[in-house]
Design a protein around this ligand. Structure first.
Ligand SMILES: *Cc1c(COP(=O)(O)O)cnc(C)c1O
Length: 404
């Protein structure tokens, strides 16, 4: 009884969270976080077990590269550990500007703006460039950060079937008289299937129907194109894509995202992209590591790393095929192994881990219900022996589960 005499029912208002969680646990759909002890490397220790690591986006092995490490440490010594403000107040340091110039040059565009992450780059850019009177035409498998950016913009969103240029054109025809701005947006490489967007065809549609063309190259930067210059370079679509997004958190080995385009687009984003305006910029160590990564990519050593990544990818896929695995859609180092049922995919991943290979299961809501899979990612840092052993273990574990 409370002081006023009324019955107080102490019910936790967050009870539904516990209930939902318990439900997911019972169904085997609540995997635990794996904890890495040490550096992100091709063979490393997660949860106290040494495993072959096929789980990271560290395509070129740069997370522990000595050149990036050195640049970071020097930046800390010289410039401290934080930027101290958002970019638009006092948090623009010389090395932020240098990094943007370096990326613009690397991508052969006028200008670049760096964000705190690829996620904020997408969300901040789409919502700054489009408004509620506009139309966004988006591939159904686009990344969550694109979807969130589109929702934040309040524009009308129309989704076309995955990589289906005809379906995209159908939407454009149906909205031929649409009065607002139109944006076609696609991942360059799709993160869960490892396939590549039909960029030349989408660029043609953008040109025919007067649309802005935007591509998110998170899994393509440092991977596709000459020296890892991305899908625009891979497809020879130079000058046809107005907005190119990339990440600094995957192949580049550190953290961040960027947008490349015309000088005016970038200056506009400086004024309107909300994560740029309202969230503090990178600490010097991060910006310096990224600078070192682009210096490397721009050199023969960098080109060799990208070549090694592709050689390893071909080798690993060939070895998996020999063991009966199929992955029709993948055209990149992302190797999805189809399982179907979510709980079974988690079981597959757990058993693999126990056998010495770490590759995560991906299930709903990251992919559609019934399309759960295991996702293995190859890097330039893997040795052939790691990949051979991983292929053997994958086959051994997959067989009794009926996956292969
Ligand atoms: C990983 C990813 C992002 C987000 O990049 P972060 O730098 O990790 O925030 C954006 N888009 C796609 C397609 C991605 O795969």
């Amino acid at each position: 009884m409370s002081e006023s005499g009324t019955q107080v029912i102490k019910q936790n208002p967050l009870l539904y969270v516990t209930e939902t969680l318990n439900d997911l646990r019972v169904k085997g759909l609540a995997p635990k976080l794996r904890v890495l002890d040490g550096e992100q490397k091709p063979v490393c220790v997660f949860d106290g077990c040494e495993v072959i690591n096929l789980a990271s986006n560290n395509y070129l092995g740069l997370t522990s590269d000595k050149r990036l490490r050195k640049a970071s440490v020097e930046a800390v010594r010289k410039l401290g550990v934080g930027a101290g403000a958002v970019r638009t107040i006092a948090g623009t340091m010389k090395l932020h500007m240098e990094l943007e110039e370096q990326i613009a040059k690397f991508k052969n565009v006028e200008a670049c703006v760096v964000f705190q992450s690829g996620f904020t780059a997408n969300a901040g850019t789409v919502s700054a460039v489009l408004g509620k009177e506009d139309l966004i035409i988006s591939d159904e498998l686009n990344h969550a950060s694109i979807i969130d950016g589109a929702r934040l913009s309040k524009a009308m969103i129309k989704v076309f079937k995955h990589k289906d240029v005809t379906d995209c054109e159908r939407i454009l025809q149906e909205h031929a008289a649409f009065p607002g701005k139109k944006l076609i947006i696609t991942d360059g490489v799709f993160s869960m299937d490892g396939d590549i967007a039909p960029l030349p065809e989408l660029c043609r549609l953008a040109e025919d129907y007067g649309c802005i063309m935007m591509v998110d190259d998170a899994h393509a930067s440092g991977v596709l194109g000459r020296g890892g210059r991305g899908t625009v370079d891979h497809h020879q679509c130079h000058g046809r894509v107005h907005i190119q997004v990339g990440t600094l958190s995957k192949a580049i080995g550190s953290m961040g995202g960027y947008v490349c385009g015309s000088r005016d687009l970038i200056e506009f984003l400086y004024l309107r992209a909300r994560p740029f305006l309202f969230s503090t910029s990178h600490p010097p160590a991060t910006a310096a590591a990224c600078q070192a990564a682009f210096r490397l990519l721009d050199s023969p050593d960098g080109e060799k790393l990208v070549e090694k990544l592709w050689a390893n990818t071909k080798f690993f896929k060939r070895e998996l095929k020999k063991r009966g695995f199929q992955f029709k859609t993948s055209e990149t180092p992302i190797v999805p192994i189809h399982v179907g049922d979510g709980a079974k995919a988690y079981e597959f991943s757990r058993k693999l881990f126990d056998a010495g290979v770490f590759a995560p299961a991906v299930a709903y809501p990251t992919v559609a219900e019934g399309k759960a899979r295991l996702r293995a990612i190859v890097s330039a840092a893997h040795k052939r022996e790691h990949l051979l052993k991983a292929a053997d273990i994958l086959a051994e574990v997959a067989k009794p589960l009926g996956i292969v």
